[in-house]
Design a protein around this ligand. Structure first.
Ligand SMILES: O=C(O)c1cc(=O)[nH]c(=O)n1[C@@H]1O[C@H](COP(=O)(O)O)[C@@H](O)[C@H]1O
Length: 234
């Protein structure tokens, strides 16, 4: 069973390599996986992934691919060559694109994670883009599309974890952002829960950024969240 530290993902949502390296050095005792997302990858590219690997940590490349099948397959193959542990794609890219990425990552060390419904979207935002109904219904539909295409990793909010576990089963990996320790500012996140509740609902990995990055003592904040996860597993 994975420890609290191994289940905690810290997003390196910063703009340069020096700052990314500082965060990795500060937090690596409390965080098992570092996430390289759009901000850092757009600024410095694969050097960000190498910085994580140089520290002996696992890299989660969060590019949220959403394109035609051939382009998504090519980008996935490039990510596999970088040796990343996780790569995000949008489930809404559709069955053909998901089958293409599943093929491109087959027999590699890279686990694909299909993003279902972003944690920043509430019912009103979904209505505005023509997705009527509850976020959980859309997330369940998209998770089924991903599973049927051979992608068994998912990203969802804490509110849908228990339902989506039923879609991918115990063999699936469910990654949950939108996690806020009790009393923390939600910021632009809309569907949130505490680390304890997210783990109790069945999440495998939790992504926690600003509650750590903006804390007066980030190391203590990360340690406390890893401990909360550990306690919730038990
Ligand atoms: O794919 C993601 O990681 C992701 C999906 C999602 O639905 N919501 C979401 O917040 N994320 C990412 O998770 C991180 C959350 O950061 P904080 O809100 O600062 O904890 C950011 O890096 C987001 O890009």
């Amino acid at each position: 069973m994975r420890s609290g530290r191994e289940r905690l993902v810290f997003p390196l949502d910063v703009e340069d390599l020096a700052e990314a390296r500082q965060w990795i050095a500060r937090l690596r005792d409390h965080v098992g996986v570092f996430k390289v997302g759009l901000e850092l990858f757009t600024a410095i590219g694969p050097d960000a992934v190498r910085a994580v690997h140089d520290a002996g940590a696992a890299c989660f490349l969060d590019l949220k691919l959403h394109d035609i099948p051939a382009t998504m397959a090519g980008a996935t193959a490039s990510a596999v060559r970088l040796g990343v542990r996780y790569l995000t794609v949008h489930a809404a890219a559709g069955p053909a694109a998901l089958r293409a990425v599943a093929g491109a990552a087959a027999n590699s060390g890279t686990t694909l994670l299909a993003v279902t419904v972003l944690t920043s979207l509430d019912r009103g935002e979904l209505d505005a883009i023509g997705m009527r109904g509850e976020p959980a219904d859309a997330a369940t539909r998209l998770a089924g599309v991903a599973r049927d295409a051979g992608v068994l990793g998912l990203v969802c909010s804490p509110h849908e974890v228990a339902t989506l576990r039923g879609v991918v089963g115990e063999g699936g990996v469910i990654v949950v952002p939108g996690v806020r320790p009790a009393g923390a500012d939600a910021g632009d996140q809309r569907r949130v829960a505490t680390p304890t509740d997210a783990i109790a609902a069945g999440a495998d990995l939790l992504v926690v950024g600003r509650p750590i990055r903006n804390a007066r003592d980030p190391e203590s904040a990360a340690r406390a969240i890893a401990s909360e996860i550990e306690a919730a597993i038990r």
